[in-house]
Design a binder for this molecule. Structure first.
Ligand SMILES: Cc1ncc(COP(=O)(O)O)c(C=O)c1O
Length: 388
């Protein structure tokens, strides 16, 4: 009789994947296969090993590990988060299909849908993601997939996937979720009814601000189709980037736990300061999705924080110039605290009035809190406020 295997915890899976006894004299850290090609047996018709095919050992290892973290059959890393978004959708959509997307998504993905999908014959429309009724109303006979990003950028809205997933199942639609902001430590969309998960692995999965990468997670069948598209559209990840992500994944659970702790501490302090007119953090009781966040983000509320200052853009710029720890740079999910202004980055493509309508007035600051001592971040914020 074979004993039932204990399910390993997330931290163990992040470090070891599916651990097996090691032979003697093997490296504990994985070797880097910085090779574009590999020798292949003479006369064999098996698929050749070639790094653009995504079958380099460094590429394969991290895919298996992410699948174990998300609770999926398979996962594949590609050259960027944008690559992951494009290939995941192309894997399930055909000319003539309609894609229904949340309107609260990363600006680059918005551009992909608006500027590219039309000429592929894929129609895209956008809805406010918080009301299930709006999804149902916006569906067409040709709708084949629904796309949601959660938590959203930069308001940190947390979308309840389950009602949308139920609707998608009933209508036979694929539910694709961008889970970049949560990472599998805080949220695993497949457990809430999603079919496909995408990540910008540039962010928390790698975690050290030194790699551009993306990932698609789902069934073997979907990931195989993404792999085929990756090969022909030339979207493979470089082996060294894969090696760095391998190392990043090993500390994912401790890093995200620390991001969660720093995020909560800094958000609570900001909330106690009159200089901030609004503090956007799902761990605060007044956040519109606090209850959903408490129920669904089982690791913590994350390291992303939105702030609005009395005095708008001028005050925001003075505050930014006075900060000494946070780097003024786009992106997120790394060990160091970053701050950016959506009006100049992710939301530069829309007018100030449209931004205000979306709840992102000019002067809005988006922080990606890093792993520094929260007291130091708070002291830095305090000295910057004193200089306004
Ligand atoms: C939520 C989200 N999805 C996708 C992307 C695109 O990822 P990448 O920059 O790795 O292509 C980003 C980048 O900022 C993002 O924030």
């Amino acid at each position: 009789m074979t004993a039932k295997r204990r399910r390993l915890g997330l931290a163990t899976r992040a470090i070891h994947g599916d651990p097996k006894a090691r032979p003697d004299w093997t490296a504990v850290a994985p070797p880097l296969y910085q090779s574009s090609t590999f020798t292949n047996p003479v006369g064999s018709s098996a698929e050749v090993l070639y790094s653009r095919y995504g079958n380099n050992p460094n590429q394969i290892d991290i895919g298996k590990r992410l699948a174990l973290l998300e609770g999926a059959e398979a996962a594949l890393f590609v050259a960027s988060g944008m690559g992951a978004a494009a290939l995941a959708h192309l894997a399930v959509l055909r000319p003539g299909d309609h894609l229904l997307s949340s309107e609260w998504i990363y600006g680059g993905v918005h551009r992909l849908f608006n500027e590219e999908f039309g000429r592929l014959g894929i129609d895209v429309s956008f809805v406010n993601p918080t009301a299930t009724r709006t999804w149902k109303k916006a569906m067409r006979k040709t709708t084949r997939a629904v796309f949601i990003e959660t938590p959203t950028n930069p308001l940190m809205r947390v979308i309840d996937l389950e009602p949308v997933a139920t609707l998608c199942k009933a209508e036979g639609l694929a539910l694709i979720v961008d889970s970049t902001f949560a990472s599998p430590v805080n949220f695993r969309p497949l457990e809430h009814g999603a079919d496909i998960v995408i990540h910008s692995a540039t962010k928390y999965l790698n975690g050290h601000t030194d790699v551009i990468a993306g990932a698609v997670v789902g069934t073997e069948q979907v990931v195989e189709e993404v792999r085929r598209l990756m090969q022909v559209w030339g979207q493979a990840l470089d082996p060294f980037a894969a090696w760095l992500i391998d190392r990043g994944l090993k500390t994912l659970t401790v890093r995200v736990a620390r991001h969660n702790a720093v995020g909560l501490a800094v958000a609570q302090w900001c909330d106690s300061q009159d200089a901030f007119t609004k503090v956007h953090y799902p761990g605060l009781p007044q956040h519109p999705d606090h209850e959903i966040a408490k129920r669904t983000l089982d690791g913590g509320f994350g390291g992303m924080l939105g702030l609005e200052l009395k005095g708008g853009v001028r005050a925001a710029e003075r505050f930014l110039r006075a900060l000494t720890i946070a780097a003024h740079a786009p992106s997120l999910g790394g060990v160091e605290t970053l701050v950016s202004e959506p009006r100049l980055t992710s939301h530069a493509g829309i007018t100030a009035a449209q931004r205000a309508e979306a709840g992102i007035p000019d002067g809005f600051l988006r922080f990606s809190l890093g792993l520094e001592d929260p007291d130091d971040i708070i002291a830095d914020f305090a000295q910057a406020l004193a200089r306004l």
